[in-house]
Design a protein around this ligand. Structure first.
Ligand code: NAD
Length: 361
């Protein structure tokens, strides 16, 4: 198979972790007879330095002409970086919002999986962890409160701010379908999270999700209020398979779910549109505090590349091989600093990439 991949290395640790993901992909290509053609695309601070803006129209066109985008992370230290002296629409993060909108990436997937070898990093009690957990947070990414009309005005001498939360049934239907499709590839359970006891947008969400569920009789659907979900994630995370939710609830719950795994350097993500196209990136940021020191954990980016193999290219066997190689490296006791524990061998970014690449079967 021949695949066109746009690569956004980004800022901070971005170039270091993306280099390791490409190393692993190149071994997959060699072993399984594929060709991965990479085109570099500038975004974030790296683009500001060259073009004065965090994302150019040409960069968007290059991404659109590719099958998928593999990304490191963007942004710098907000206190010291000159990028943050620019107006908000010119800062690195503006590039991220722009590319999501331009590529219509409405479905964000974040797995939260507890590796047995990393149980010690999980902040939950052992009896709550039980046999571990494996869930996928499916968050709507281009609608809702973050994209609604907003204004701040003085009304009769009182400063008043308004944000608007809007969803139409089409936006809900397309993300719900994606959620059920993913559940079919997993343990066939969807927990749809809303605030239907208060919000109209949530009541519509619930109605449309129920309609979509009729086309997936094998999938069990349950509804959960967002406040209860926040509690259940730390009380009994194993009950969840796919959590399907809107933009702001998903923003908060996906961070909570990732923290219960305890290791930010391990968490991958995918943002998809309604074709096979996707943007794949680690859930963490550009970690400027450790950039250029060979300290970054490249596993989240390597696992994001595995998601790309699975969801854009339908290369399930190859994705399994990458995930198995990551598990084997952890079993063999190798750790980067962020996941280090007693009795393990500390390695840097490059060595971790080498060890995973060597274990691709
Ligand atoms: P961060 O995720 O970059 O770092 C938080 C902490 O986790 C730091 O101590 C860092 O060293 C550590 N860390 C993160 N990734 C790691 C890894 N792979 N290996 C080892 N340790 C790791 O969050 P932050 O410090 O709040 O943000 C830094 C910059 O990243 C900011 O400019 C922010 O806007 C940006 N950011 C970008 C994205 C993105 O590109 N999608 C996401 C979040 C934050």
């Amino acid at each position: 198979m021949e695949c066109k991949i746009a690569v956004i290395s980004g800022d901070g640790i971005g170039p270091e972790i993306v280099r390791e993901a490409k190393k692993v992909l190149d071994v997959v290509a060699e072993k399984y007879g594929h060709t991965f053609n990479y085109t570099d695309v500038l975004m974030g601070g790296a683009s500001i330095d060259v073009h004065g803006v965090p994302l150019t129209d040409e960069a968007i066109e290059t991404a659109k002409a590719s099958d998928a985008v593999l990304m490191g992370s963007i942004g710098g230290d907000a206190k010291t970086s000159p990028w943050y002296k620019l107006t908000p629409d010119k800062r690195p993060e503006a590039g991220l919002l722009k590319i999501r909108k331009a590529l219509n990436l409405f479905a964000n997937l974040r797995p939260a999986y507890l590796y047995d070898e990393l149980r010690a990093a999980c902040p939950l009690r052992d009896d709550i962890i039980g046999d571990g957990f494996d869930m996928m947070i499916m968050r709507e990414l281009t609608g809702g409160l973050y994209f609604g009309e907003r204004k701040t005005e003085n009304i009769d001498g009182v400063m008043t701010a308004v944000d608007t939360l809007t969803y139409n049934e089409n936006e809900i239907r397309r993300i719900a379908k994606r959620g059920f499709d993913i559940a079919m590839k997993r343990r066939k359970k969807v927990t749809s999270v809303d605030k239907a006891n208060v919000l109209d947008s949530s009541r519509l969400w619930r109605k449309v999700v129920e309609e979509v569920a009729k086309d997936y009789p094998e999938v069990t659907l349950e509804h959960m209020l967002v406040d209860n979900c926040a509690m259940q994630l730390v009380k009994d995370p194993a009950q969840f398979d796919v959590i399907l939710t809107e933009n702001m609830f998903g923003d908060i719950l996906s961070d909570e779910a990732s923290m219960v795994t305890g290791s930010i350097g391990m968490l991958s993500s995918a943002s998809l549109n309604d074709t096979k196209f996707g943007l794949y990136e680690p859930s963490h940021g550009s970690a400027p505090d450790i950039a250029g020191q060979d300290k970054a954990n490249p596993i989240a980016t390597i696992l994001s590349a595995a998601m790309m193999l699975r969801f854009t290219f339908d290369l399930d066997k190859e994705a399994d091989a990458v995930e198995a190689a990551v598990r084997q490296v952890l079993k063999d006791g190798y750790r980067t600093g962020d996941i280090m524990s007693d009795g393990c061998t500390l390695v840097g970014t490059v060595k971790m990439g080498d060890l995973i690449a060597e274990r691709i079967q």
